[in-house]
Design a protein around this ligand. Structure first.
Ligand code: IVH
Length: 673
């Protein structure tokens, strides 16, 4: 079994990190310098970014809390630091309110203190006799770690409060966070701003924390002897008066309708802010009511977090780049100001094609809304035209291929009678650098030759080093040279060699697909391979330019035939085919060769009753028959269903082809099964 080199590498680094964490936090005797430790973390994050399938619960990108450490003294919170329940829609909010009414047994009227929920790290500050005495992390909510010295480095945290009305003993809570603009400077070290805040607070040496521009916004209290405040909103006003930073967008609202409207507005506004928000917090404003409501086992009854949908964000397009795909398609990509969308920092978004840019009038410098759903490439949803500069100009889509300078075209689609939305480079062969690279990436991909350990990055690297120019070069690599390249070693080279060797034994279907012919995907490659049955016949047909023969394959049409013609009209493509045929061991498809329908051909017209075309087709093929899509003298049966094409039936009659029904076909099959 060939091991996944990257996973091995990743796992080793994670192991290494755990070991150093233990040495640093538990034994206080680090064996590497801080910068070496940072480098290790950075390498792990880089590997995760490159190979998103690599995950570990011990990854520095996952660790947002504090690693329980002997370096920091423990501190039991007087009042636990709980989390908030979440609401996602109106229904959840109604439920939240209903529970309050039920608990109070009264449909009492109250207001909400509405506060932006900053996505940072919460901290608690205990002031005794107006001086900051303890700064504590949340920890597990009950016990935190004393990180006073680290917190003291944050300029927003007052060390002493002079105001007369400042209580003698009070615990103030709030959020430590880093602004997005400051995060960009240190983004190589941390996965997102929240991690950056957490990591900086975790530093053993406060002078290290001081280097990171952290901020603090205060929003609640743990405890204090309150005899003068009635409302949370008043408390926020006092916090400000005492010298704490509070959120300028805090508000008081009085109904669920108002909350929903504000949430809607804020959801867009949040992208103009310089820090990450993951929702709004709604708190019962009346502090007496809060007291009455109290807490469930993990959250207050008097507050809820109304989350934002995590999958979109507004950001600025810094540049529009044109990427060229394997089939020559020119895809515009927006290079955007990095923005955190649902925990992932996005800096590229696809703009799909030329038509899409025109339709949405997307320009460099625009503020755009980007959506990201799961693993799908982020895309631009809309332009905020109100933010557009007067000097902004429409984007000029290139008419020449930016990679090879060839002409580009938009094809006319005869079926839709429209020009294609996609503009393409007209270079069919390996004359275009970007197309060549993409073709090689396709060649090594999972569904094609499936060369383990030969990822897209490797293709780019080997291409740049001029080790590969064509797919066949993969089988002529100089492994002694690769062994000495950065990032490679004996073991990884051995693994690569093995997987290349293994992949050279492939199926005709994979091989046809691997050539990267436009419109010849996995399914069509399968159809062709089953039709030609072996590589020699395939090559013969191409040599003699008898592409029309493929038209007989049910599923292959004019589009595919034209594409095959165009592809092989380029001599270099044909040469690659021949060279690869000499290098590879191409297995013929495993057809059931001696079924009862052997040498019999079938064609369908009309809708079959009670059985799909696909199923009928596979029944025929499972018994060694073939299905075709064109009538010729050599056709054995025309199977007719409902509303058959008259022309086909007439033609069959003329050619004296046997016309059968679906039931006749089933009878034929039953007689054999
Ligand atoms: S009040 C009992 N107010 O959200 C919890 N929390 O999920 C009271 N947060 O750990 C918390 N902004 O880190 C509160 N204006 C705000 C907040 C806020 C952010 C965070 C905080 C807390 C988490 C709860």
């Amino acid at each position: 079994m060939v091991k996944d080199i990257n996973k091995n590498k990743y796992d080793l680094k994670i192991k290494e990190l755990i070991r150093h964490n233990k040495l640093y936090y538990d034994r206080s005797s680090p064996s590497i310098s801080d910068s070496q430790y940072d480098k290790l973390k950075k390498e792990i994050i880089e590997l995760e970014n490159k190979f998103p399938y690599l995950v570990s619960k011990n990854s520095p990108s996952k660790n947002i809390g504090f690693i329980p450490s002997k370096n920091f003294e423990k501190f039991k919170h007087k009042i636990p630091m709980m989390s908030l329940s979440n609401a996602f829609d109106k229904e959840d909010l109604k439920n939240f309110e209903k529970k309050i009414f039920n608990f109070l047994n009264d449909r009492i009227k109250f207001n909400y203190s509405v506060e932006p929920k900053i996505d940072g790290i919460s901290a608690s500050l205990t002031y005794i006799n107006k001086k900051l005495k303890y700064g504590v992390s949340r920890g597990d909510g009950r016990t935190g770690e004393i990180i006073t010295e680290n917190l003291k480095t944050i300029k927003d945290i007052p060390l002493e409060i002079k105001n007369k009305d400042f209580p003698n003993e009070i615990e103030i809570r709030g959020e430590v966070f880093i602004k997005n603009k400051d995060f960009t400077n240190i983004k190589d070290k941390f996965a997102n701003p929240r991690n950056a805040a957490s990591g900086s607070l975790r530093q053993k040496d406060p002078s290290e924390t001081k280097k990171i521009p952290l901020n603090f916004i205060a929003y609640t209290f743990g405890y204090f002897e309150n005899d003068f405040l009635k409302y949370q909103s008043d408390f926020l006003i006092y916090l400000k008066k005492w010298g704490f930073k509070t959120n300028k967008d805090n508000k008081v609202l009085s109904s669920i309708e108002e909350l929903i409207n504000f949430h809607k507005k804020f959801e867009n506004k949040r992208y103009n802010l310089d820090y990450d928000l993951d929702g709004l917090v709604y708190k019962v404003n009346d502090l007496d009511l809060q007291k009455r409501l109290g807490f469930t086992s993990n959250a207050p009854r008097w507050a809820i977090a109304h989350k934002f949908s995590a999958d979109s964000a507004f950001t600025k397009i810094n540049n529009i780049e044109i990427q060229i795909g394997r089939t020559g398609a020119l895809t515009p990509v927006a290079k955007v100001e990095p923005v955190n969308i649902g925990g992932v920092v996005v800096s590229n978004a696809t703009l799909h094609n030329e038509d899409e840019i025109i339709r949405k009038d997307i320009r460099t410098g625009d503020i755009v809304k980007i959506e990201r759903a799961g693993d799908v490439i982020p895309h631009v949803v809309e332009v905020d035209k109100s933010k557009r500069n007067n000097s902004s100009k429409s984007f000029k889509f290139p008419t020449k291929c930016p990679s090879c300078g060839s002409n580009t075209i938009k094809e006319f689609n005869r079926a839709t009678k429209k020009y294609d939305a996609v503009r393409r480079c007209t270079n069919e062969g390996f004359g275009c650098e970007r197309i060549s690279i993409e073709k090689i990436k396709h060649f090594i991909s999972k569904e094609a030759l499936n060369i383990d350990g030969f990822g897209k990055k490797v293709v780019e690297k080997f291409w740049n080093l001029k080790l590969i120019k064509k797919p066949q070069d993969i089988f002529k690599l100089d492994f002694n040279l690769i062994k000495n390249l950065e990032g490679w070693g004996e073991l990884s080279v051995k693994n690569l060699k093995n997987s290349i060797q293994k992949s050279s034994n492939t199926s005709l279907q994979r091989f046809i697909y691997s050539l990267g012919i436009r419109h010849i995907g996995i399914e069509n490659a399968k159809l062709i391979s089953e039709n030609v049955k072996n590589i020699s016949t395939f090559i013969e047909i191409i040599k003699k330019k008898e592409f029309e023969k493929f038209i007989n394959i049910d599923g292959i049409g004019e589009t595919q035939i034209n594409s095959l013609k165009a592809f092989f009209s380029e001599q270099s493509n044909f040469r690659i085919l021949i060279e690869l045929q000499n290098i590879l061991k191409i297995q013929s498809p495993n057809l059931i060769k001696n079924g009862i329908l052997k040498n019999k051909t079938f064609m369908f017209t009309g809708k079959l009753d009670g059985i799909s075309r696909a199923e009928a087709k596979s029944l025929i093929e499972n018994n060694s028959g073939t299905t075709v899509s064109n009538i010729s003298k050599s056709l054995d049966y025309l199977v007719i269903g409902e509303k058959p094409t008259k022309r086909k039936v007439d033609q069959a009659k003329v050619l004296k082809i046997e016309i059968i029904s679906k039931n006749d076909l089933l009878k034929l099959l039953n007689s054999v099964n």
